[in-house]
Design a binder for this molecule. Structure first.
Ligand code: DGL
Length: 271
């Protein structure tokens, strides 16, 4: 196949904050040669409490910025923004770049593995109220009993405390909801939650699958790039991690989310 000169352009990733770094981390493992531009909208975090209209406005502006950085693919590494703004961002970007979200790859996984099963889902209030997973599961007639529950404080608590045992108190309350009992799998529909995956697993006394989208999404990005002849074969893996508001807490926690040393740079998108 002819080399595609666009292949050297970076992958753009964004989230409300540093939660999407869990996806960026998986992406680096699956696609070590790719250049990455990450944008965390820490000035507006958490998105889970914002209106869909506000999230759409943020998402379009961030996508515009990633386009200016010449990204070949824009990944919305946030369930809340994927639920509220994927269609709009896709329309805005048109054919200038590929746009992907974190929901479609999980729906594909559910389709392949969980027909006739009971699946629970936790996410922000905005994601759960959008009902997007249920709509997609029903549209495809997947015959999955999907019950969702908004665990709204979790993302902020994880940004504040990281993987700290104080989180167990919140989990005891949230995961005791009747909707989340006797399930075969639990979808972590927020990119912050992989950080506390083991705690969630430990909470359940009976075994269940915890569906963490980071690897699934990274694999989907790889497949998409391959199909479009856009894999970067010779890249030197240049990475930029921008945040719209810089604090030392974000800088410290970013290492936890990325699983590696990382330097955050302030990008004044809203100034
Ligand atoms: N990480 C985001 C998600 O996947 C949400 C966190 C927030 O409320 O900003 O939904």
């Amino acid at each position: 196949m002819k080399p595609n000169h666009l292949a050297n352009q970076p992958i753009g990733i964004f989230d409300s904050g540093i939660g999407g770094l869990t996806v960026a981390n998986a992406l680096v493992k699956h696609l070590p040669r790719e250049n990455i531009v990450y944008f965390g909208d820490t000035a507006h975090m958490p998105y889970g409490d914002k209106s869909a209209a506000a999230i759409q406005a943020y998402a379009v502006k961030i996508a515009h910025m990633l386009l200016q950085q010449e990204c070949k693919l824009i990944l919305i590494a946030c369930n809340t923004a994927s639920a509220a703004a994927y269609d709009l961002v896709k329309e805005y970007i048109g054919s200038k770049a590929i746009v992907m979200d974190v929901i479609a790859p999980v729906i594909r996984l559910l389709k392949e593995n969980y027909a006739k099963k009971r699946v629970g889902l936790i996410g922000t209030r905005q994601t759960v109220n959008s009902n997007i997973y249920k709509k997609k599961v029903d549209e495809l007639n997947l015959d999955i009993a999907l019950s969702s529950y908004a665990t709204n404080l979790l993302a902020s608590a994880i940004e504040e405390f990281g993987n700290h045992h104080v989180i167990d108190t919140l989990l005891n309350v949230y995961l005791s909801d009747p909707n989340l009992q006797q399930i075969d799998a639990l979808v972590l529909a927020c990119t912050h939650y992989p950080i506390i995956k083991e705690r969630i697993f430990a909470h359940y006394k009976t075994p269940l699958d915890i569906i963490d989208s980071s690897d699934i999404v990274a694999q989907a990005v790889k497949t998409k790039l391959e199909k479009n002849n856009l894999l970067n074969m010779n890249g030197d893996s240049i990475k930029h991690f921008y945040v719209s508001d810089y604090t030392e807490t974000f800088a410290t926690n970013a290492k936890l989310f990325f699983g590696n040393n990382i330097t955050l740079e302030h990008y004044p998108l809203w100034d």
